[in-house]
Design a protein around this ligand. Structure first.
Ligand SMILES: [Fe+2]
Length: 308
């Protein structure tokens, strides 16, 4: 596995002001004071993790994946080029604005921009959260996870598995197709969901304390239409979390207590229990799908499903 973690996320948005309030007051990130005027946020000792790019559209701008060294970056580029993919070398000015030593970029088969880099710049000052909290779980497990939605994830899955070297954690077929991938101890750093629509489904950030999540849950309920999935626990990565609607319309999962796996011994498998043991009621979902998911949870409860 040459890609070792999710390094950063770029969001295209025309709602800079809304994002600033959301990222700091609700998510608890730290606004980076940058002379270049880039709207960026810290979550840990990295110089930046979330970047809001001015745009007329709302959605994902790019996902930044970290490799260890220049040699790993070159090896990955070569594999992509040999596989028939166009790989662009990021100009020094682009690397500077991403605050990394070096990067390349390319599009996945669905047209989502992926960037791969090495040498993330570290901040000189300790992380100062936007609201009182105990901090984010990052380090070797990266920023969190990112989930893309598309019409036919089975067609795109081989690109991530064979070109980027992502390892399958598990997959499900109902109520829609789901593929979860790991690149480190985090159960999944990336996933593909076959909801039928193309776009950015959500990204997840993990907190060090359940109280951080609970307090955000209280704050989010004060915002109109903000909570999209109620508090619940996922059946594959064991994350206790809730989902908020971001200013750009995609979701953000705010979680605690995710499972850490051993990538050396992990065996990929199909899952049948539905996405959650309890909770995660989809408040903005169409009635039929929502009832289907609720029935899967009630079945999990009837069977007494539990996780460590
Ligand atoms: Fe998630």
């Amino acid at each position: 596995m040459t890609i070792k973690s999710l390094g950063y996320l770029g969001v295209a948005s025309g709602r800079a002001g809304e994002w600033d309030r959301f990222a700091t007051r609700l998510l608890g990130m730290q606004r980076v004071d940058d002379a270049a005027g880039v709207q960026a946020y810290r979550m840990d000792d990295h110089a930046q993790r979330l970047i809001i790019e001015p745009s007329a559209r709302e959605g994902l701008a790019y996902i930044g994946w970290e490799v260890e060294s220049p040699a790993d970056l070159e090896a990955l580029s070569k594999r992509l080029i040999d596989g028939g993919h166009a790989v662009h070398v990021g100009a020094p000015s682009l690397a500077r604005s991403r605050r990394v030593a070096e990067l390349v970029w390319f599009n996945d088969p669905e047209g989502n921009r992926m960037e791969v880099f090495h040498g993330a710049e570290r901040a000189h000052e300790p992380f100062a959260p936007g609201r009182p909290l105990s901090g984010f779980v990052t380090g070797t497990m990266g920023m969190g996870h990112a989930v893309l939605t598309m019409g036919n994830p089975a067609a795109t899955m081989p690109f991530y598995r064979d070109m980027l070297g992502f390892a399958l954690s598990d997959f499900g077929r109902t109520p829609y197709e789901l593929y979860f991938f790991h690149i480190n101890g985090r159960h999944h750093s990336f996933a593909l969901v076959g909801t039928g629509q193309s776009g950015f489904h959500h990204f997840m950030i993990e907190l060090k304390s359940l109280d951080d999540v609970g307090q955000a849950y209280d704050l989010a309920q004060l915002e109109p239409d903000c909570v999209s999935f109620t508090l619940g626990r996922h059946s594959n990565d064991y994350m206790t979390s809730f989902y908020m609607k971001s200013p750009s319309g995609f979701l953000i999962e705010y979680g605690w207590g995710g499972r850490v796996i051993d990538p050396e011994t992990w065996v990929p498998h199909e899952t049948f229990d539905g996405p959650s043991y309890w909770g995660h009621e989809r408040l903005q979902m169409a009635e039929a799908q929502r009832l289907h998911l609720r029935e899967m949870r009630l079945d999990a409860a009837r069977r007494g499903l539990r996780a460590p």
